[in-house]
Design a protein around this ligand. Structure first.
Ligand code: PXG
Length: 458
């Protein structure tokens, strides 16, 4: 779209204020400030309607893994739109794009994950997971085994069911959530909660919250545990190495399904195709979205393990669930092109062996800054804890003000960095070069300096 007199920043802002309800936005503050209108993107940069260029440290919303402007994805969409713009997988039909994508997904995931259920988003994938889990235990003759255990600070989406699975209090407060049958345990938030414990011990203790919860509810009532390999929107909570193996052990011991929400970690974010690979886990179900199409079109999916499909298929009954656009041919074609590029151009391997270690090395240099209590990350995901006192880990009060201040400095200074309360987050496109990473670190450092100056901290 071109900037014409009727199509400029101010007129867009007026129309936006009058007609557009935004997700996760303080609408009163937005009306006062006016929205930032993003009109164009290429590679690792976005441009606003004033022509300002910003380095996108968040890959959109943790999703544009392949980077912006890949013509192969546009071409795949165009060809599919001409060939078959819509058909579905209901009532014994299928189409080549969904079939090929299903096959490709089984190639990039673990050997026991052989079936795919398509959705349009990560939220729908997690809703689907709940229905599959409960259907499984019904068919297995254990209908009472239907509770799902999740974690505080988890983000699993915004539908009623996905927000219930999530552990974000403000989301629960606005919707009389969680719905029944879902309960939460504390996450393995090392920096915030470990105190004097070693990471190893803290990881084991945090995993034992699951065992305690199972024992409190009764294992015969617990269907599944769901977790993001690394909790993203909750603040990039990276578990100690001891955590996931213990969780896996507990799930096996009590015969509880393990669901991984790979919506953020999937498709290369940690330098492996999936978080399951990074932590060597064997999930029964995997939710995915975002990086599946690099955000070019909406698509989500659930990878379903053999244990579940064996029963689902053997029982031969209808699974009464699906969306009009489940496995949409155009979204599938774009996802296919995206995964093929990730694979053929060895983009994930490059994150693992080259750019990921470089980003992490440079990111950790920011820990020297007076505002930064901890700089952590893996692959192409990272977080900075902004604290009042680095020695005591004392947080700022009220929470979130300093993070917002820093985020605003970032926008003004051409960097997109996200704030989760006072934790600054990055999840850049996986195609960032070392030069881009240098630019990111330099800009982040500058914005930390500006924040510290505003707070009178040196
Ligand atoms: N699971 C995880 C782990 C996510 O991060 C979803 C599920 C839901 O996906 P959909 O496609 O329904 O949005 C997500 C989404 C943020 C932010 O502010 C994070 C997400 C979405 C919007 C904002 O960090 N994650």
């Amino acid at each position: 779209m071109k900037n014409t007199p009727a199509n400029n920043t101010e007129s867009w802002q007026v129309l936006d204020r009058e007609h557009h309800l935004h997700p996760f936005t303080d609408t009163k503050a937005l009306a006062k400030e006016g929205c930032r209108v993003i009109t164009r993107a290429d590679g690792v940069y976005i441009w606003d309607s004033e022509g300002k260029q910003l380095l996108d440290g968040m890959a959109g919303l943790w999703c544009v893994n392949i980077g912006y402007g890949r013509k192969e994805l546009a071409e795949a969409a165009y060809q599919q739109l001409l060939e078959l713009p819509y058909y579905n997988g209901f009532f014994n039909t299928s189409h080549p794009a969904a079939i090929e994508l299903s096959k490709l997904l089984t190639e990039v995931t673990a050997p026991h994950l052989n079936h795919v259920f398509f959705t349009n988003s990560g939220s729908e994938a997690n809703d689907t997971v709940i229905r599959l889990v409960r259907r499984y235990w019904d068919l297995a003759g254990n209908p009472e085994k239907n509770m799902i255990i999740s974690r505080d600070d988890a983000y699993h989406g915004s539908t009623i069911a996905a927000a219930s699975l999530g552990g974000l209090k403000p989301m629960h407060e606005q919707g009389h959530l969680p719905i029944p049958g879902i309960t939460h345990i504390a996450p393995p938030y090392l920096y915030r909660d470990a105190g004097d414990l070693s990471p190893e011990q803290f990881g084991i203790d945090a995993a034992h919250f699951l065992e305690e919860k199972i024992n409190a509810l009764g294992a015969d009532k617990v269907a599944a545990f769901i977790g993001e390999p690394i909790q993203g929107a909750g603040g990039v909570i990276i578990p100690p190495e001891s955590y996931w193996p213990e969780i896996q052990r507990i799930c096996k011991q009590y015969d509880i399904l393990l669901i991984l929400d790979e919506v953020i970690c999937g498709f290369g974010r940690l330098g492996t195709w999936f978080g399951a690979e990074y932590y060597q886990l064997e999930p029964d179900l995997v939710a995915m979205a975002k990086g599946l199409s690099s955000g070019y079109l909406p698509i989500g999916a659930v990878m379903v393990g053999d244990r579940i499909t064996d029963l689902l298929i053997a029982e031969g009954e209808e699974f009464v669930h699906g969306f009009t656009c489940s496995g949409h041919p155009v979204a599938c074609a774009v996802a296919l092109a995206n995964i093929n590029l990730l694979r053929d151009e060895k983009i994930i391997e490059n994150v693992k062996t080259n750019t990921g270690p470089y980003l992490q090395k440079r990111w950790r240099e920011l820990a020297d800054h007076p505002l930064v209590g901890e700089a952590r990350g893996i692959g192409f995901i990272g977080a900075l804890e902004l604290v009042k006192n680095k020695n005591t880990r004392e947080l700022f009060e009220p929470a979130g003000e300093v993070g917002k201040m820093c985020r605003n400095f970032c926008f003004k200074n051409s960097l997109v960095m996200r704030a989760v309360n006072d934790t600054m987050i990055i999840a850049p496109p996986l195609i960032m070069t070392k030069e881009h990473i240098d630019e990111l670190i330099e800009l982040a450092n500058k914005c930390l300096d500006l924040t510290a100056k505003e707070l009178g901290i040196s």
